[in-house]
Ligand binder design. Structure first.
Ligand code: NAI
Length: 331
């Protein structure tokens, strides 16, 4: 039998946490034959609620779940973890300045970076979900210098899946037949959802999305804004932010990273830029990646037109500004 994998979820008493931990315990993240031990971290005001989640995990009697650690102690939470899904953070409240929210999250991610560095298993893979996701991931990476940069990523898979979903709805085809959309840049409304290389499997073979949709105005306009603003639309409808889709996307991200992407398919991940596609190095930026043997590789050589270039640059610009703001909080 396989050794259990230890998976940390921070902010586990929150909305996404509540949707995510049962998925992990059912094998959605790491496979139906992979036992897991869940480590759940939250802050003291949420300790009682966190314990309630632990009680429900016991009550659900998940066969793959070999243990649960529920704690408000960061060191205990990080001890020996192989995968860390960072969902905990400080939310933006009405009337708060951007800098104040950034400052709270910078201090959270700085201290959790040190804890992961000290206590996590070697080669621990990190996925940051909490917003501002790219910049939180960057701070985590900077303050955990012994964790390889390639092990620190952020979630843009939800945006990627949203883009697949919009194409599927528009063409009235199963979402499983659509692939290779790209989310470039920041997990924010400046992200660029790109369909220029996306295809759909049809009875007549694989066809480019542009050829099937036959409506460039929609693809260059409403499609992009719908994906960019989907988070806000969910909040408006649910009075709560996306949780089940975010949790599902987090599972997709880790599963593909660990177990590999299917041949001929790429996914979007926020990763540390090496300067590919002339994206400034040193940002956590969402790229198209393929995964194999537990490592991601940016898909190279895709032709980029002028329309795309502008949008890729403006989301990079926003990330550079966020980075500067984050650094200004450190002093
Ligand atoms: P939530 O407010 O329901 O849960 C957040 C949890 O984090 C709370 O239980 C809170 O007590 C905890 N927390 C706060 N500070 C913490 C700390 N220092 N250590 C550990 N836990 C801490 O929020 P929800 O809806 O679960 O969302 C979580 C985060 O994910 C938010 O930042 C949200 O903006 C972000 N998000 C990101 C998405 C993405 O695609 N990247 C999609 C949806 C949400």
């Amino acid at each position: 039998a396989k050794e259990p994998v230890r998976v940390l979820v921070t902010g586990a008493a929150g909305q996404i946490g509540y949707a995510l931990v049962p998925m992990i315990a059912r094998g959605v993240m790491l496979g139906a034959d992979q036992p897991v031990i869940l480590h759940m971290l939250d802050i003291p005001p949420a300790a009682e609620a966190l314990n309630g989640v632990k009680m429900e995990l016991v009550d659900a009697a998940f066969p793959l779940l070999k243990g649960v650690v529920a704690t408000t102690d960061v060191a205990e939470a990080c001890a020996g973890v192989n995968i860390a899904v960072m969902v905990g953070g400080f939310p933006r409240k009405e009337g708060m300045e951007r800098k104040d929210v950034m400052s709270k999250n910078v201090s959270i991610y700085k201290s959790q970076a040190s804890a992961l560095e000290q206590y996590a298993a070697p080669n621990c893979k990190v996925l940051v979900v909490a917003n501002p996701a790219n910049t939180n991931a960057l701070i985590l990476k900077e303050f955990a210098p012994s964790i390889p940069a390639k092990n620190v990523t952020c979630l843009t898979r939800l945006d990627h899946n949203r883009a697949l979903g919009q194409i599927s709805e528009r063409l009235n085809v199963p979402v499983s037949e659509v692939k290779n959309v790209i989310i470039w840049g920041n997990h924010s409304s400046t992200q660029y959802p790109d369909v220029n290389h996306a295809t759909v499997k049809t009875s007549a073979g694989e066809k480019p999305v542009r050829e099937l949709v036959k409506d460039d105005e929609w693809l260059n306009g409403e499609f992009i804004t719908t994906v960019q603003q989907r988070g806000a639309a969910i909040i408006k409808a649910r009075k709560l932010s996306s949780a089940l889709s975010a949790a599902s996307a987090a599972c997709d991200h880790i599963r593909d990273w660990v177990l590999g992407t299917p041949e001929g398919t790429w996914v979007s991940m926020g990763v540390y830029s090496d300067g590919s596609y002339n994206v400034p190095a040193g940002l956590i930026y969402s790229f198209p990646v393929t995964c194999k043997n537990g490592e991601w590789t940016v898909v190279q050589g895709l032709p980029i037109d002028e329309f795309s270039r502008k949008k890729m640059d403006s989301t990079a610009e926003e990330l550079s500004e966020e980075k500067a703001l984050a650094y200004s909080c450190l002093t």
